[in-house]
Design a protein around this ligand. Structure first.
Ligand code: DWN
Length: 403
């Protein structure tokens, strides 16, 4: 295929096979019929890791999107920090903050509470309604250059544009970058954070790859994407969220003051081989090893008559369950806190999703931690509530029973 950013020919690195829509949690699994091929390719020209195929955005983001940001208290605190630390010390009355992919308004509500002009943009109607119920001004739209023009007419250009775990979902990345160029004031800042390619490679967290995540970025690819559109990367700040993320700040080229962090991270990425195809081919091989280890462990526990369940029906779990061919014979059920997911079945693997409360009443012997990125929060929350005989299984950064 050709790179979605620079149009050079890409190199296939890993193929996970046929996949359903990751968040298609349905009460009637017979209706879950759509499949696409989940595979990743690497562009040696601009170091961008990308899916070779992505379903239509309307199949993934709609009026019943099943993910709500505010369900993690840790993430809610993190986004408050992201919103507030990026505000300048002083700002005029017409200062405008926009968030692309505002979801349920968890981040933007901190800006709304300060009475600052703001605008959330998200394509999923149900989460936008949740944002509005928090006093957040929000529009239902996919962000694009055209949307940027419409928002400027209705509101204004933005001084600060924020986005968290969103840009990696947008396939037409050049149209997106033109949208930022249009929507951002001349001296404005665009700050966004995403799961980091360096962390994914290091931890072999292949479950970061699913339909919604068409890209996994690093500083090298981010710099290349925005440079082509008169914008530039001015800062990089590593984050602990989602198993290792990077926060990038982008400005118009002629207003930019570039921090030392950019050169430092770019150099580090080259030293780690993140611009080298061999690193990615090696990652592809490691995914197969990781799959084998998890399946062997689950089969072994099953043969010993142990009851195994899962904790958190994440989007990421759809890749793991389908790639590893795990169904309810190996994992009886998965418990989750999202009311929209309880009573449904996991996409493709048809494992029942129940509430954590129900799980705790009749706990399994082992719980596979599918939200491994929230391990500290979840283990702290469950200690003292969950039967202490239950053992946790993690599969990132390696497959093991947590001691
Ligand atoms: O990029 C994306 C990330 C940020 O969020 C989206 N495309 C979709 C979503 O991905 P995910 O579903 O893999 O996200 P999380 O945050 O790893 O997992 C969320 C799921 O975990 C929800 O179903 C709720 C559940 N959960 C839980 O049951 N108990 C989460 C926490 C923290 C908990 O304590």
């Amino acid at each position: 295929m050709n790179c979605r950013s620079c149009f050079s020919e890409t190199v296939p690195i890993v193929d996970f096979g046929k996949m359903p829509i990751a968040n298609n949690f349905l009460k009637n699994p017979a209706l879950d019929t759509y499949r696409f091929n989940l595979a990743a390719e690497f562009c040696e020209t601009c170091s961008l890791l990308q899916l070779s195929e992505q379903p239509d955005p309307e199949l993934m983001f709609h009026d019943h999107y099943a993910f709500f940001t505010g369900l993690s208290t840790f993430m809610a605190k993190h986004f408050k920090e992201m919103a507030l630390t990026n505000l300048p010390l002083t700002y005029s009355q017409d200062f405008m903050v926009s968030e692309i992919g505002c979801n349920d308004g968890t981040l933007l509500s901190s800006i709304a509470d300060l009475g600052i002009r703001h605008l959330g943009i998200d394509p999923s109607q149900n989460v936008v309604e949740s944002a509005r119920s928090k006093g957040v001004t929000a529009e239902v739209a996919f962000f694009s250059e055209l949307t940027a023009r419409e928002m400027i007419k209705k509101y204004s250009q933005a001084d600060l544009i924020l986005a968290a775990n969103v840009i990696c979902h947008i396939p037409d990345i050049n149209d997106f970058a033109r949208g930022i160029k249009t929507f951002l004031k001349q001296d404005g800042k665009f700050v966004f954070e995403e799961p980091y390619i360096g962390s994914m490679i290091e931890k072999v967290s292949y479950d970061q790859l699913y339909d919604e995540h068409v890209f996994i970025f690093g500083a090298l690819s981010v710099q290349s994407i925005f440079n082509k559109h008169g914008l530039t990367l001015v800062a990089c700040e590593p984050q602990v969220t989602h198993g290792g993320s990077m926060r990038y700040t982008i400005m118009h080229k002629d207003a930019a003051v570039i921090s030392e962090s950019v050169g430092k991270i770019l150099l580090q990425e080259k030293e780690l081989g993140l611009d080298n195809i061999e690193t990615y081919l090696n990652f592809g091989e490691n995914c197969a090893i990781r799959k084998n280890e998890l399946v062997q462990l689950l089969k072994h526990l099953n043969q010993k008559g142990r009851k195994v369940a899962g904790y958190a029906a994440t989007s990421k779990s759809t890749t793991v369950l389908n790639f590893c061919n795990i169904d309810s014979s190996l994992i009886s059920y998965i418990s989750d806190s999202t009311k929209e997911k309880i009573g449904t079945f996991t996409p493709g693997s048809n494992i029942p999703v129940i509430s954590h409360e129900e799980m705790r009443l009749n706990p399994p012997d082992y719980l596979v931690l599918f939200a491994w990125n929230h391990e500290n929060e979840i283990l702290a929350k469950e200690s003292g509530v969950l039967d202490s005989n239950v053992k946790w299984i993690r599969f990132v950064p390696k497959v093991e029973i947590v001691q």
